[in-house]
Write a protein that binds this ligand. Structure first.
Ligand SMILES: Nc1ncnc2c1ncn2[C@@H]1O[C@H](COP(=O)(O)OP(=O)(O)OP(=O)(O)O)[C@@H](O)[C@H]1O
Ligand SMILES: [Mg+2]
Length: 180
């Protein structure tokens, strides 16, 4: 066990990566990171920690939001202004990341005000090679696979999405070991 290392630290480390990506887009995108006051000292095994750090689980969702908001295959196209989607008038792209606790589970949430995912695609996004962005379409299936391999945590992912309103991914981390 890795004493003292918490999900909070991993989220904060991860934040630095996607903050950097957003700050260098050359296009205004609002973002927030909110971390609720809570006890985040639950232990992860060394393996879980390595996996969570390596899989950049928030970054994958944030990049999906950015690609979807601007309708691009690659976030590098955003700086060049090559948008495949018109951002509705008066809307500033926005991505919110949240860490908190819900019914004893850790909750990590990533929300955007992008194009949304139509109901008929909401199951398909978890299948390999499904993409509406012209990319590989493996990000979410790989993320799911990696989260399923965590030893001490079980991760449930809920999707809430409304077309032309936005998308929220909620990841609930519950301890596999019942508290003593
Ligand atoms: N925030 C979002 N808003 C709208 N659509 C989304 C969002 N996140 C995911 N999607 C949809 O889910 C699809 C699958 O996402 P996934 O991350 O698996 O693949 P990708 O991003 O297209 O490609 P890759 O991750 O391999 O580069 C996307 O192509 C898009 O249609
Ligand atoms: Mg992706």
């Amino acid at each position: 066990m890795s004493k003292g290392i918490s999900l909070k630290q991993i989220v904060q480390e991860n934040f630095l990566n996607w903050k950097y990506a957003i700050d260098n887009l050359g296009h205004p995108v609002e973002y927030t990171l909110k971390i609720e006051e809570a006890d985040y000292r639950l232990d992860f095994t060394e393996g879980d920690l390595r996996e969570l750090r390596r899989c950049n689980f928030i970054e994958e969702l944030v990049l999906n939001s950015l690609k979807s908001i601007f309708g691009v295959e690659d976030v590098n196209q955003i700086e060049a202004g090559e948008f495949g989607r018109e951002i509705p008038y008066g809307i500033t792209p926005k991505i919110d990341v949240y860490l908190g606790v819900s019914n004893g589970d850790y909750l990590v949430m990533v929300s955007d005000n992008g194009p949304g995912i139509p109901p008929e695609n909401q199951e398909k996004i978890w299948s390999p090679k499904f993409s509406t962005l012209g990319t590989r379409g493996n990000g979410l299936p790989l993320l799911r696979e990696k989260l399923d391999r965590l030893e001490n945590y079980q991760v449930r992912i809920e999707l809430e999405s409304v077309v032309e309103k936005g998308t929220t991914f909620k990841m609930y981390f519950s301890s596999r070991q019942p508290a003593p």
